[in-house]
Design a protein around this ligand. Structure first.
Ligand code: PBG
Length: 315
């Protein structure tokens, strides 16, 4: 008897696209896959994310998984709380999309071409803090809603620009609207941005094995492990102003042999002494099997630089 794999997903365009990619990869192995839509409180509320909590998009999906209504769920990895969920296993982390943030501005404008007072929409405290730190005099306007809703505020003329994840735009086929991809030196993405997390029930071993062998990418897993370890050590949720980007890079070992290592950059909000919010930044390099320790160490360095004081979800 062949088993039908039930995949639970939210109904948003992004969620359907992400689940669809994983479904296609599974079908290519000969598996039979069925898509089941699950509605989450996050889809029904238009309140700012920091007030409704980081797990708002993920907990209903996880309940459906634990309740045996579905067998596999796919999350935007950056939306997952850092604490592991009992009974649920992270079966696979597929190859990551471009993790960078992107500007979608009117008239093809780039960040540097926006004038002081220009209205830039974002609901993310991380993007807000980093935009402010650039000192461009931009007016940051809090917004929410799905990707299309946010982009419409630019085409309607209500905003001059919005900042969104490049990966989300690419997944729903709107990457052509991007007017500038932001350099991580100016704008570090959210930890795990652009990556997916594929979960199944703990103990569903055959399925876990199929998901891992079909989808998992070792380099992405190492990078995301470092970024999330940094986030966890700063005890901040996804809405807190913390940015991190890990990359697998080539380096030379003591004998001059080329080895792969992991490079991590991080940023977090700190108080500048006058009560204003500032961003502190740090970077470090480690062996690829030291990803979690690298994240912890870099978090400690950011804390030494004054990070943390303001990095609660209420920011
Ligand atoms: N918090 C919303 C969210 N969760 C995942 C993505 C995009 C895809 C990704 O970052 O992996 C987005 C939209 C955005 O930040 O622009």
């Amino acid at each position: 008897m062949t088993r039908v794999i039930r995949m639970g997903t939210r109904g948003s365009k992004l969620a359907l696209a992400q689940t669809g990619t994983v479904a296609d990869a599974l079908r290519a192995t000969g598996a039979e896959v069925e898509i089941v839509q699950v509605t989450t409180p996050g889809d029904q509320s238009s309140a700012p994310i920091p007030t409704i909590g980081v797990g708002v998009f993920t907990s209903a999906l996880r309940e459906a998984l634990l309740g045996n209504e579905v067998d596999v769920i796919v999350h935007s990895y950056k939306d997952l709380p850092t604490a592991p969920e009992p009974g649920i296993t992270l079966a696979a982390v597929p190859p990551r999309e471009d993790p960078r943030d992107a500007l979608v501005a009117r008239d093809g404008l780039t960040l540097g071409e926006l004038l002081p007072g220009a209205k830039v929409g974002t609901g993310s405290p991380r993007r807000t803090a980093q935009l402010r730190a650039l000192g461009l005099g931009l007016e940051i306007v809090p917004i929410r809603g799905n990707i299309d809703t946010r982009m419409r505020k630019v085409s309607d003329g209500e905003l001059d620009a919005v900042v969104l994840a490049r990966a989300g735009l690419a997944r729903i086929g709107r990457a052509e609207a991007i007017t500038e991809t932001l350099d991580p030196i100016q704008m570090l993405p959210a930890p795990a941005q652009g990556a997916l997390a594929v979960e199944c029930r703990t103990g569903d071993v055959d399925l876990e094995q199929l998901l891992r062998s079909t989808l998992d990418d070792e380099g992405t897993r190492a990078a995301v492990t470092a970024e999330r370890a940094l986030l966890a050590a700063l005890e901040a949720g996804c809405s807190a102003p913390v940015g991190a980007l890990a990359e697998i890079v080539e380096d030379l070992d003591a004998e001059g042999k080329v080895v792969e290592r992991i490079s991590l950059r991080g940023t977090a909000a700190a108080e500048d002494g006058n009560g204003a919010v500032d961003m502190v930044r740090a970077s470090a390099l480690a062996d690829k099997d030291q990803a979690a320790q690298l994240g912890k160490d870099l978090a400690a360095e950011l804390l030494d630089l004054g990070a943390g004081a303001l990095s609660g979800p209420a920011q």
